[in-house]
Design a protein around this ligand. Structure first.
Ligand code: IMP
Ligand code: MG
Length: 198
């Protein structure tokens, strides 16, 4: 484990189980980067991520891609009840780079219901990219509410809430270098307020 403080910073105490290790993450991301480098050779792709959960994955992914790429980010907010069937998505930060005619690879940390992805893909398509594909590090297909195609998937996860490697619970645990499950005691009854970003 590479966190200097691991074991005594309090974060480890909250982890019930490590699901995906640092080594497994690194090896799979190299495979994804290699595949993307081959598929997009000569296409000068634009990688787009959603803040904030994707920041660590994006940083590691671009460094194992061997062809020229551009990177941009959007921000979104999900409003409404935090149930899986409801909620409205709204942009809080738009792209800086024009995507018209560009080969766009949308990079997502984790796809759960697919609500966020569906909304973002619809919005991006209206801007007429030359192509639009999806790369998700984690996929929970069993909880999907919409039929969405994912072109590059890192890991398929069970229907459990995971933290680490950019993913938070109530803004904690993003800095864990692995992906794990929280202990029951760490899952407080506090719910994220409406409008909270993930
Ligand atoms: P969806 O719209 O239901 O697909 O939710 C996607 C977003 O919810 C992800 O981009 C994450 O921000 C968040 N999310 C979904 N599942 C998890 C999880 O297990 N841990 C942390 N965040 C999650
Ligand atoms: Mg996200």
């Amino acid at each position: 484990m590479s966190n200097v403080e691991l074991g005594n910073n309090g974060l480890m105490d909250d982890i019930a189980e490590v699901l995906i290790t640092v080594e497994q993450l690194g090896a799979r991301i190299v495979e994804l980067g290699t595949q993307i480098s081959t598929d997009y050779e000569g296409k000068d792709p634009l990688l787009i991520g959603v803040l904030r959960g994707v920041f660590i994955f994006m940083a590691d992914l671009v460094r194992v891609i061997t062809i020229p790429v551009s990177v941009d980010f959007i921000g979104i907010t999900r409003y409404g009840p935090s149930t899986r069937t409801q909620g409205v998505v709204r942009f809080t930060k738009d792209l800086e780079i024009c995507i018209k005619g560009r080969h766009v690879l949308f990079v997502e940390d984790i796809i759960d219901t697919g609500l966020t992805l569906r909304y973002i893909l619809r919005a991006l398509k209206t801007r007429e990219p030359a192509s639009l594909r999806v790369c998700a590090l984690f996929d929970k297909p069993r909880t999907r509410l919409f039929d969405l195609h994912v072109d590059y998937t890192g890991f398929v996860l069970p229907d459990q809430y995971v933290v680490g490697y950019g993913l938070d619970y109530d803004e904690r645990y993003r800095n864990l270098p692995f992906v794990g499950l929280l202990k029951e005691k760490a899952i407080t009854r506090r719910r994220l307020p409406p409008g909270a970003q993930t």
